[in-house]
Design a protein around this ligand. Structure first.
Ligand code: MRU
Length: 340
């Protein structure tokens, strides 16, 4: 399949400050903001101007590097501020901890070198994830592939992130793929961001209401599901955008593969299983209102807004990383991927 492959970049480091493509404004406007330290970087992470597990890690890394360059005494408080900006994706605390360690032993220059190295390695991971994921999909003969939220270049650096990189590589190998992108209530990362990326890549696609996915799987209209991940526990349980677990259950009931794709920086060997993963609860107005602010229900309606859910490893057919694939993931397979 001919793929246009227009490069999408969500973060730009110019040596002094970090440019972020403000994802809250997509797809209507492509506007960049610039952050200069820990506080504005943490605020951008919290309001999802930058989002997706690997990219919040990269942003947090540069945020801390900028903070210690301005004032080395800010290291510990600013590291804590950045780590706390979002709790579920382990990539954020993982990246901030690495930069903090570099700063403690080598000062601001070492901190910046660590942030740049992290950025480069997450960028390189995308192509390797794409190749490993395409190998798995090719074997299953999948063409109609469902995804949830956004696990493309807007989330993970590289040309097409993690889940979308697998589909892009499959298309480049000649498969006539179609991506079924779930809207992803409440913040519509699928409708606003994944569709925007797929259009730029030139990959055939259709947008689905989240509630349509299970029925289409049951009717045999979807061949495989590929999603990203925010944290993978040592036993292979996976936290990802809320709604992912329902897709995994439906995929299992329909007998189709359910793939999880992400860099090894999303693996958290410190947690034995997914029950220990902190699930971020976000503001009630994200559910009561459209992303543009229009009221969808009564103004004071009580709301639950967990931003993520956990899919047990037993429902995951393959965990795809830049180090290879655990198929299916179990404790030994996850440890081997993390160690390489
Ligand atoms: O709240 P978001 O938009 O940051 O959630 C992002 C996701 O859930 C992605 O699927 C995840 O970060 C995977 S990116 C490999």
């Amino acid at each position: 399949m001919a793929v246009r492959g227009m490069l999408t970049t969500a973060l730009r480091w110019d040596g002094q400050s970090l440019g972020l493509l403000d994802q809250t404004l997509l797809p209507g406007r492509e506007a960049w903001i610039t952050v200069h330290g820990a506080e504005d970087t943490a605020a951008a992470i919290r309001r999802l101007a930058v989002r997706g597990a690997p990219n919040i890690g990269i942003a947090g890394a540069y945020g801390l590097a900028m903070a210690v360059a301005a004032d080395p005494a800010r290291l510990e408080p600013d590291a804590a501020l950045l780590r706390g900006a979002r709790p579920t994706a382990v990539n954020l605390s993982w990246a901030v901890d690495r930069v903090a360690t570099a700063a403690r032993y080598g000062g601001p220059e070492a901190a910046l070198a660590q942030a740049e190295a992290l950025h480069a390695s997450e960028h390189a991971a995308s192509a390797a994830i794409g190749a490993h994921g395409a190998d798995v999909l090719e074997r299953t003969g999948a063409r109609r592939i469902l995804t949830h939220c956004n696990a493309g270049a807007l989330a993970c650096a590289g040309e097409a992130g993690s889940a979308l990189a697998c589909v892009l590589e499959l298309a480049r190998r000649g498969a006539a793929v179609e991506v079924l992108a779930c809207e992803t209530r409440p913040l519509l990362q699928g409708a606003r961001l994944t569709v925007w990326e797929l259009e730029r890549l030139g990959l055939p696609h259709a947008l689905l209401p989240d509630g349509a996915a299970a029925g289409l799987m049951r009717r045999g209209e979807i061949d495989a599901v590929v999603v990203g991940c925010d944290r993978v526990a040592a036993n292979g349980d996976v936290a990802n955008k809320v709604g992912t677990y329902a897709h995994a259950l439906a995929a299992r009931a329909a007998g189709i593969p359910f793939l999880v794709a992400g860099p090894v920086s999303s693996i958290d060997l410190a947690l034995p299983d997914g029950d220990g993963i902190e699930i971020e609860e976000r503001d009630a107005d994200e559910v009561r209102r459209t992303p543009g602010g229009e009221l969808l229900t009564l103004p004071g309606t009580p709301v639950r807004n967990p931003a993520f859910d956990v899919t047990p490893a037993a429902l995951v057919s393959a965990l795809v990383t830049e180090h290879g694939v655990a198929e299916p993931p179990d404790a030994a397979g996850v440890r081997a991927l993390a160690a390489r």
